[in-house]
Design a protein around this ligand. Structure first.
Ligand SMILES: C[S@@+](CC[C@H](N)C(=O)[O-])C[C@H]1O[C@@H](n2cnc3c(N)ncnc32)[C@H](O)[C@@H]1O
Length: 185
């Protein structure tokens, strides 16, 4: 088991040096998201550091929206596969490193092939219904880190977060509070 406090400290020490200028030149990210991605302690910076630090190659994301997070994940990865049930990825201007896949319904993400990826990022509707089902699936077959956004956004997510018995840590990588890192072994 990793010492997650130490790991978060190591990641945060590298976050100020993340440079997304190449990504900003490739993709069409809106100005407010550029600002958001450059926030000093943003999870976007944390992604870039963590993927480089561990040498991760293949990343899976559920919850693409416009694609800001997929773009950040792609900085040091070989391939990011990102899924959404809605229109997805309007910021993404190149499919060289980012594969966008539209799912048919909100339950489709439960049975994705998570164990063939090095890192998982879950950022969906935060209703606290699908997240526990993904966690159950990951608990059976996945080994590695999973990142969950918005773990304190509402009572359902707080309850989901507190139900996770794995090695886990809360970080302030989203709006100064609620971003979670969980280890699956
Ligand atoms: C908060 S946004 C994602 C933001 C993005 N990860 C970022 O940081 O830039 C959530 C997205 O999850 C999608 N979504 C919600 N429930 C989902 C589900 N069950 N499966 C896949 N996508 C889902 C929504 O359509 C929405 O685009």
């Amino acid at each position: 088991m990793e010492d997650l406090e130490e790991l978060v400290k190591k990641i945060e020490a590298e976050m100020p040096s993340v440079d997304f200028s190449e990504e900003f030149s490739i993709h069409k990210i809106s100005p407010e998201y550029v600002e958001y991605m450059l926030y000093p302690n943003s999870y976007y910076r944390a992604f870039a550091v963590m993927i480089k630090m561990f040498g991760y190659k293949k990343i899976i994301e559920v919850g693409t929206q416009d694609g800001a997070s997929a773009i950040a994940l792609s900085k040091h990865a070989e391939l990011v596969t990102t899924y959404d049930i809605g229109d997805l990825g309007k910021f993404i201007n190149s499919n060289d490193k980012i594969e966008k896949i539209k799912l048919g319904n909100s339950m489709d993400c439960i049975n994705l092939d998570y164990d063939s990826y090095d890192l998982v990022f879950i950022d969906i509707d935060h209703a606290g219904i699908v997240e526990p089902l993904i966690h159950q699936k990951l608990s059976k077959e996945y080994k590695g880190f999973v990142l969950y956004d918005d773990i304190f956004i509402n009572d359902q997510m707080k309850s989901f977060w507190s139900s996770i018995n794995n090695n886990k840590i809360e970080t302030d990588w989203h709006n100064g509070v609620d971003f979670g890192l969980v280890e699956y072994i």
